[in-house]
Design a binder for this molecule. Structure first.
Ligand SMILES: C[S@@+](CC[C@H](N)C(=O)[O-])C[C@H]1O[C@@H](n2cnc3c(N)ncnc32)[C@H](O)[C@@H]1O
Length: 311
């Protein structure tokens, strides 16, 4: 992965972990990964190990699995993630965990450092041709790798696909650029277009956003309603503040889309599964036959991958 790709990816996820999107932009940007079955899955997987072994949660995010490990009494915990913001949350909210900011494909860990590496919707985000050999390098012989990973059939993938469509539709309305011009005309009078042209462009964009706000609620409704209320009260704001608000919205949409697109791209289809399995085997980790973790309705929450390293 190039330095530029890494920075973009880190920004997408750091923005998410800073909680900015979720707090500012309403229900459309809420995470999609929370299910009680997932916690039960990890509790079952993590039984039977000596809790004093060194464990890595790879692509740990804000530490969902680290918290479960901690609750089970594991004492030598490391969380690794590309996002500095995520690791800051881990360090702040979970005591006695070593947090390491690193891409999964080149980790600063010693050979054989861990007895157990776990990953929840994580390791598959990296380039697996580099990440799998890295995992094998840092797991000791006899050590275990367990992941719950995105698949291409389950509810999460469907939701992610739908969110991508929604975000692209919001962008395609051209609403934010048209609204910026509308405010510029009303508040500065300095625009290259006539007021009539600006109003017509804004109305056209508004007519495109309105059905999205009705259909999806969430972010489109948030943008629609807030723009209207700011316009009604624009004398109470400075032009700069309004532009900053639109910058934030555009940033939220771009980052959210980036995050959803990386989630979508990471999902493992049967062909990718076969390549991954072969690569694990070539790196001395024989995976058990893969299974899906199912939610209460029988829908897939993702692949369970598990294997032991043998010399
Ligand atoms: C869907 S989140 C899952 C986080 C956490 N495991 C959980 O389940 O709550 C994916 C995480 O992978 C991290 N990530 C994405 N690409 C990565 C990479 N190439 N190397 C390391 N971490 C990465 C992101 O920063 C994010 O925290």
């Amino acid at each position: 992965m190039s330095e530029r790709d890494l920075t973009a990816l880190d920004q997408d996820w750091s923005n998410y972990w800073q909680g900015r999107t979720g707090v500012e932009s309403g229900a459309a940007l809420v995470g999609v990964e929370k299910h009680p079955e997932i916690e039960a899955f990890w509790k079952a997987q993590l039984q039977g190990f000596d809790v004093s072994i060194p464990v890595l949660d790879l692509c740990c995010g804000a530490g969902t699995v680290l918290k479960i490990l901690k609750g089970l009494g594991y004492s030598q915990l490391t969380g690794a993630d590309i996002s500095q913001a995520a690791i800051e949350i881990v360090s702040r909210e979970i005591g006695d965990v070593r947090g390491v900011v690193t891409p999964a494909d080149a980790m600063p860990f010693r050979d054989d450092e861990f007895d157990l590496v776990v990953s929840q919707y994580g390791f598959e985000y990296g380039d697996f041709t580099k990440v799998i050999p890295e995992i094998s390098r840092i797991v000791r012989n006899g050590g275990t790798f367990v992941s719950l990973s995105h698949d291409t059939v389950g509810a999460i993938h469907q939701e992610v696909s739908a969110q991508i469509v929604e975000m692209k539709q919001i962008r395609d309305t051209g609403f934010v650029p048209a609204a910026r011009l509308l405010f510029a005309a009303a508040m500065t009078g300095k625009t290259e277009k006539t007021n009539a042209e600006i109003s017509a462009e804004f109305r056209a964009a508004q007519m495109k956003l309105f059905p999205l706000a009705q259909k999806y609620r969430g972010l489109s409704e948030y943008i629609y309603m807030n723009t209207q209320s700011m316009y009604n009260q624009h004398r109470n704001y400075t032009f700069k503040d309004i532009m900053i608000w639109f910058d934030g919205i555009e940033n939220d949409v771009d980052r959210f889309l980036g995050r959803m697109e990386s989630m979508h791209a990471s999902a493992i289809n049967p062909e990718k599964m076969k390549s991954m399995r072969d690569l694990f085997a070539a790196n001395n980790i024989e995976l058990e036959p893969e299974q899906s973790l199912l939610d209460a309705q029988g829908a897939s929450l993702g692949w369970i991958l598990k294997g032991t390293k043998s010399g």
